[in-house]
Design a binder for this molecule. Structure first.
Ligand code: NAP
Length: 308
């Protein structure tokens, strides 16, 4: 197997916490360079921008874009134009339509565009999908509450237009929801709480449904201190399923039936290597469309300013 030589672009929290280790653990993948304005990794070629990387860097086959969403579209276009495979952190864009030209470009260039949804690779997500496929679903509730100061310290981009605010983690829940439910869902109403000094919501309550009128509710909150919640509870005709810990644990009527350690990013890179072998793309915009519709439909409530 030829090694996929990958450069990480945007060396921030997720690049350090997950991408470096996952690439090292993936057969067929090698970390070859880093492009980041301020950060670097000792022992690896470093460039301040993706343009410098593509022009002056060592030979690479792919880039993994770990920058904030606001700057990723232009970076993806530059990388595809240079003939590189592209892996996008979630969310895949700041808007839905900006992905269309990238998908077309990837197809023209016969290169991979992989819009990742790491939470879909949490260990209990596929067991949950299989369990639900054999049942009649009665209702769904998502409870996704975390402390933004713990998980996103100093990340000013998250509060800017396109930064998504609380939907930055909330879209992970929606990526699981759209994977485990048998039918597509859509947003019917949303209440969005915007701090008076921010351009993105700090909390959101959504109601969603499917063609059969399934009641789905979601509560996203960035102001949670103490215990954190990344839970999806599904009532069915034959028991209650709870997916917790961001999709890593599944319980039926409170009894754990699946739980495994976090290997989400290893799975993402395994998939990226597999896609790049043929130049196929994997871009599912369903979670991003739900967020976009929440912004379109949402009632905007102004709340107290947020100070990091
Ligand atoms: P982060 O810590 O802010 O890192 C992003 C890095 O991108 C920055 O450190 C910065 O490095 C670089 N960058 C380039 N242009 C930038 C700009 N205009 N503004 C700010 N930074 C810029 O963010 P992150 O938490 O790693 O998140 C990056 C992406 O990964 C987001 O889309 C997020 O949703 C996703 N993600 C994050 C997590 C998590 O737990 N943090 C989990 C899963 C996915 P330089 O200053 O060196 O250029």
């Amino acid at each position: 197997m030829t090694e996929l030589r990958i450069a990480i672009v945007g060396f921030g929290k997720i690049a350090r916490d997950q991408h470096v280790g996952a690439i090292a653990a993936t057969p067929g993948a090698t970390l070859a360079a880093v492009a980041s304005r301020n950060a670097s990794l000792p022992g690896l070629p470093h460039f301040e921008s993706i343009e410098d990387l593509l022009e002056k860097g060592p030979p690479i086959d792919a880039v993994s874009l770990c920058t904030p969403p606001q700057v990723r579209r232009a970076q993806a276009a530059a990388a595809l134009a240079a003939g590189k495979h592209v892996m996008l952190e979630k969310p895949p864009g700041t808007g839905v339509a900006e992905l269309d030209p990238l998908v077309a470009m990837a197809a023209d260039m016969k290169r991979t565009l992989f819009a990742t949804w790491h939470s879909r690779y949490a260990s209990a997500v596929e067991p949950a999908r299989a369990w639900l496929a054999a049942r009649r679903i009665v209702s769904v509730h998502i409870n996704w509450k975390e402390d933004v100061r713990v998980w996103h310290p100093g990340q000013a981009w998250i509060w800017e237009p396109g930064g998504l605010g609380v939907f930055d983690p909330g879209i992970n829940a929606l990526s699981i929801l759209t994977r485990i439910l048998p039918k597509p869902v859509f947003v019917t109403s949303a209440e969005l709480a915007f701090p008076s000094n921010c351009q993105a919501p700090i909390a959101a309550d959504l109601t969603l449904s499917d063609i059969d009128g399934l009641p789905v509710t979601a509560t996203f909150d960035f102001r949670q201190t103490g215990p954190q919640s990344w839970d999806i509870v599904v009532e069915s005709d034959r028991g209650r399923m709870t997916l917790s810990r961001g999709g890593r644990r599944m319980a039926i009527d409170d009894e754990a039936v699946a739980e495994a350690p976090d290997e989400e990013y290893r799975e993402l890179y395994r998939r990226f290597v597999e896609l790049a072998a043929t130049g196929a793309s994997d871009v599912d915009l369903a979670p991003l469309r739900l967020v976009a519709d929440a912004f379109l439909l949402g009632r905007r409530n102004v709340v107290e300013p947020f100070v990091d």
